[in-house]
Design a protein around this ligand. Structure first.
Ligand code: NZQ
Ligand code: ZN
Length: 385
């Protein structure tokens, strides 16, 4: 097992009715920014629950955060924060709203010239406003991690940053929010969480038995419970299991002491930046290509994955790997997620465009062994056309 440091201070308030408990987490003299997305919370009753909990607190509202939140919109919220001396951000939404809250929290107190530098030039986050969240879409794990992904529309760039300073102080996980989700968002959530686990698992063995088995248990639970939620989004018990899986998939626990390979996400972000494809769908396109092209360096773990997740036992390693890839694709497709570039009408010219952008930005030699260079990225994408 590799050395590791694990730190996570997010308090989780899990279960029915927990939205009302946010009032206990806020300080009386806080000036709060209630941040939300395109309005789903006004239609499903979450907004009413949150504003009831905020009764008596001084709060301002900022709505309209888009899926794949934009720098431009976030900077408008930064102005509102600074004009009114806001000192706490309450994000109510999915990954996009929560990521936006993290960026706003850091940007509002940023000392340098342009907070975009945090994303584009890895400028360190030295300070950030505190934030809390009410998660409305189980998928990204952002409610219990320090990551955020922001898009700059004018440059067609989708970039991420990580800082413990933007770990939420608390996050409410009430599985009842799942009932109003469109099927495609549930399928996206299952797929995103599944691939988060894969990217912290499908590398090479380091004898981290607990981390491996925790990762496998999340995958198996998603395979078991995900389709039930898709079938009936009001199934509270299945929803609760799904929701906790998505948080556990990316809160730092399963990555502790093991190698990671975030190449599927890195390549996937390019597809969203250029063609607006939903985040999880880009991952379902790219992952099978990563497994195929990088099968030599990943083979021990792919064989373990094949056996423990899909009960594939074959004496021929190549056949085992092929079957594991086929099972993975079939799982995403069974959720209604298409897995080929051509399914999304992406022109073949996009492949070279992505290769060039990643090369220019220096986003190459990625993966657990830094073996995914330009040629591999090209092959991965070509294998998914
Ligand atoms: O904007 P509203 O009206 O709220 O509608 C949203 C949005 O249209 C809707 N929705 C959310 N909760 C709902 C609901 N509709 C009905 N009922 C509810 N309860 O769902 C749509 C998608 O929301 P969004 O927040 O964009 O989805 P998701 O949670 O999948 O977040 C995706 C974003 O997170 C980033 C992605 O790159 C993408 O930008 N990620 C963040 C990560 C992190 N911070 O750790 C890791 C992930 O890998 C990912 O990259
Ligand atoms: Zn993701």
């Amino acid at each position: 097992m590799n050395n590791f440091v694990f730190y996570n201070h997010t308090k989780i308030l899990f279960g029915k009715g927990q939205i009302s408990a946010i009032s206990d987490e806020l300080t009386d003299d806080s000036k709060i920014l209630l941040l939300y997305g395109g309005g789903s919370i006004k239609r499903n009753g979450i907004y009413d629950q949150v504003t009831e909990a905020l009764n008596g607190f001084e709060y301002y509202e900022f709505g309209g955060i888009e899926p794949n939140p934009s720098y431009e919109k976030c900077m408008k919220a930064v102005d509102l924060v600074n004009d009114n001396g806001i000192d706490f951000i309450l994000a109510v939404g999915g990954g996009s709203v929560i990521d936006a809250a993290k960026f706003i929290a850091a940007a509002a107190v940023y000392d340098g010239e342009d907070p975009w530098d945090i994303l584009a030039h890895n400028e360190p986050v030295e300070d950030a406003l505190p934030l809390g969240t009410v998660l409305t879409l189980p998928a990204t794990g952002t409610e219990m991690n320090g990551n955020a992904v922001i898009t700059r529309a004018e440059f067609k760039e989708k970039l991420s940053f990580t800082s413990a300073l933007v770990l939420p102080l608390f996050s409410v996980l009430d599985p009842e929010v799942i009932a109003s989700l469109p099927k495609i968002q549930i399928a996206n959530g299952i797929t995103d969480a599944f691939i988060h686990v894969i990217e912290q698992y499908l590398t090479y063995p380091v004898n981290a038995k607990l981390q491996d088995r925790m990762a496998e248990s999340i995958l198996l639970t998603l395979i078991e419970e995900g389709p039930k939620v898709l079938q009936n989004s009001a199934d509270y018990d299945a929803g609760a299991n799904f929701m906790w899986c998505t948080t556990m998939a990316l809160n730092g626990i399963i990555k502790s002491g093991v190698p990671e390979d975030w190449s599927t996400h890195q390549i996937g972000h390019e597809l969203t930046a250029l063609h607006g494809i939903d985040h999880a769908q880009t991952l379902a396109i790219v992952l099978p290509g990563v497994m195929k092209v990088m099968k030599e360096s990943k083979k021990d773990k792919i064989v373990q994955y094949a056996k423990r997740i899909w009960q594939i036992e074959n004496t021929d390693t190549n056949v085992t790997i092929e079957q594991a890839i086929a099972k993975t694709i079939a799982f995403f497709e069974s959720l209604g997620i298409k897995t080929k570039l051509s399914d999304y009408k992406i022109p073949i010219t996009t492949i070279e465009e992505i290769v060039e952008r990643m090369e220019e930005r220096g986003s190459v030699n990625i993966g657990e062994n830094k073996l995914i260079g330009i040629d591999e990225i090209r092959k991965i994408l070509k294998s998914r056309f």
